[in-house]
Write a protein that binds this ligand. Structure first.
Ligand code: HEC
Ligand code: HEC
Ligand code: HEC
Ligand code: HEC
Ligand code: HEC
Length: 430
């Protein structure tokens, strides 16, 4: 028997009572101790307790986890969820190289609140959130298990010795104590980690300034476009998929984007008109989603000769205004889509000290971005054939910061789509 719960608390409680009665009736024919245990399970199930995360202000108090409740134990029965979680970014959120480099950074990192979101179950969970986590450097040489687990089964599903579920069933309640937690099924649950702004050094529970991640707000905007029933889960957890793919999933990105490229000679073979359409599929927020400071997309366009050698730009008499196109005067040509907020907005420093903000050039769901470029290939470098190649890249971190954090820039960006057009010069055709 499975009972679906709604987010209405009164209804949840009355359904829980019905469920209790059914379970007790079922267990009376079994053993008496069984009945007592089921009753305890159900009455515990009505005790409220926090499930949502507080944007890093505190971690999860883990002193009440029953002995033996490890992720591996959960995985013995929930093999599929365990395998998917093992392949997820949530599993790596405390231990990946990028996070390690940034949490150990004396300038921007070394804060308890980083840990509270990336590894909510940590020994310093009750420490003031702007303090340096205890034994930080030592933990990154010794790699204790809690650090390597990142955001795990216990983080999202276990409170007060109970397993949090959105659907109660007799089998579930028999396997372990359960508590019905409808909030697990809401966007606010994800948003309690996936949306936050700057924390004050002195007043860590105060948030101020623009959001550094705004997934929930952007999602609510998306939902208002007629997607009232859609949740984060529908796209990121189809059929309960615990891998929860995002920008690290090339296949998700390839399903999401489409790129069309066409190119034609103009100006008697002195210049090329390039037309591009980048279309964005069903995404529940601005694109790319997630972190504003570091994530972005780029379209990289190059010209090559038959052997694959890069060709530079030459001169042409064509004026782009004649054909309403943007002139490419430098190759490779790079167009980026992102939202890098001004540091001044977060730190109170002047714009001169912290750099100007760049405009928000992220894309919107179900949108198509189009461009018309005109480029003149260098006559001497190009033979009779010119290949135009455009690639869509996904960037986890820009090269400048990657190098600053001693990370490999190439490992923090990947090609999502590649399109080519090969043109033979009109003069070479005759
Ligand atoms: C001894 C086997 C066993 C272990 C160990 C176990 N579970 Fe379960 N669990 C079950 C069974 C059986 C069900 C009910 C059938 C189902 O939904 O898979 C269930 C149900 C659930 C559900 C609700 C499923 C739904 O349909 O909504 C969640 C969530 C859950 N378990 C999480 C966990 C977590 C987290 C752990 C580790 C702390 C864990 N389980 C450990 C057997 C187990
Ligand atoms: C980032 C938070 C998070 C983590 C980590 C996580 N879960 Fe879940 N889990 C959820 C959410 C959210 C749901 C779905 C709620 C809904 O839509 O009803 C869910 C659903 C489930 C279900 C029921 C649906 C299904 O897929 O069968 C089981 C069982 C489950 N989780 C087990 C686990 C186990 C075992 C682990 C660790 C290997 C784990 N979860 C880790 C958030 C998490
Ligand atoms: C306890 C905090 C927390 C909760 C709760 C949480 N996340 Fe995350 N999530 C993170 C962190 C931290 C990362 C970054 C991991 C890393 O370092 O790459 C992340 C990464 C992701 C990614 C990026 C994966 C990729 O391929 O880049 C997606 C998508 C995601 N989460 C979706 C969800 C969804 C959907 C939910 C709700 C069902 C959820 N998360 C709940 C903290 C959380
Ligand atoms: C309609 C489907 C859809 C919904 C709803 C949705 N997302 Fe996404 N999300 C995507 C797709 C597709 C991508 C990959 C493209 C991109 O990076 O924007 C993505 C990317 C992400 C990323 C990865 C960004 C990165 O840097 O790796 C995160 C984090 C994320 N989503 C979180 C959320 C959260 C949290 C919610 C709910 C508040 C949510 N998403 C709702 C489809 C969706
Ligand atoms: C409120 C929760 C929260 C806090 C606090 C937080 N993060 Fe994150 N962080 C996230 C989420 C969610 C993502 C995933 C965003 C995405 O995929 O675009 C993320 C992504 C990252 C990444 C990218 C990892 C990767 O996938 O390559 C790094 C690095 C990072 N955070 C470092 C930090 C540091 C350092 C701090 C403290 C100064 C911090 N975070 C504080 C939630 C948080």
């Amino acid at each position: 028997m499975t009972v679906s719960m709604t987010t209405d608390n009164a209804k949840t409680r009355s359904l829980a009572r019905v469920l209790a009665a059914v379970l007790i009736a079922a267990t009376v024919v079994g053993t008496a101790t069984g009945a007592v245990r089921v009753w305890t399970v159900i009455s515990d199930a009505q005790r409220p307790g926090p499930v949502l995360f507080e944007h890093g202000v505190s971690g999860v108090d883990f002193t009440h986890v029953p002995a033996g409740w490890t992720n591996e134990w959960c995985g013995e029965c929930h093999k599929r969820d365990y395998a998917q979680w093992k392949g997820s970014r949530h599993n790596l959120s405390g231990s990946n190289e990028n996070f390690e480099a940034q949490i150990l950074d004396p300038k921007g990192g070394r804060k308890q609140w980083c840990m509270n979101c990336h590894v909510p179950i940590n020994p310093g969970a009750t420490v003031f959130s702007t303090r340096e986590p205890e034994d930080l450097d030592q933990n990154y040489t010794e790699h204790p298990e809690w650090l390597m687990n990142g955001i795990d089964c216990l983080t999202c599903h276990v409170r007060d010795g109970q397993v949090l579920v959105t659907h109660a069933s007799e089998e579930a309640a028999t396997a372990h104590p359960i508590r019905i937690a409808p909030e697990l099924g809401t966007a606010e649950f994800c948003g309690s980690c996936h949306q936050f702004d700057f924390h004050d050094r002195e007043h860590p529970d105060q948030f101020h300034g623009p959001l550094q991640q705004a997934s929930l707000e952007e999602f609510l905007e998306f939902r208002a476009t007629g997607e009232l029933e859609t949740r984060c889960h529908d796209c990121h957890m189809p059929d309960g998929d615990h891998e929860m793919p995002g920008g690290y999933s090339l296949s998700l990105l390839q399903e999401t984007f489409d790129l069309a490229l066409s190119a034609n000679w103009i100006d008697d073979g002195d210049a090329i008109l390039i037309e591009m359409d980048l279309s964005i599929g069903h995404v529940g927020h601005r694109v790319p989603g997630g972190e504003h400071f570091f994530r972005f997309l780029s379209l990289q366009t190059v010209l090559e000769d038959e052997q694959g050698n890069a060709i530079g730009t030459g001169t042409s008499t064509i004026r782009p205004s004649d054909i309403e196109a943007t002139l490419i005067d430098q190759l490779p040509h790079i167009k980026t889509f992102g939202h890098h907020p001004a540091l001044s907005e977060f730190t109170g420093l002047s714009e001169e000290e912290s750099g100007m903000p760049s405009p928000d050039t992220r894309l919107s769901p179900n949108d198509t971005w189009t461009a018309r470029y005109v480029v003149s290939p260098d006559r001497e470098q190009s033979g009779s054939t010119v290949r135009i190649r455009t690639e869509l890249w996904y960037h986890v971190l820009d090269a400048w910061n990657a190098i600053k954090f001693k990370l490999s820039p190439d490992e923090l960006r990947w090609t999502v789509l590649r399109r080519e057009a090969v043109l033979t010069r009109p003069s070479a055709v005759d």
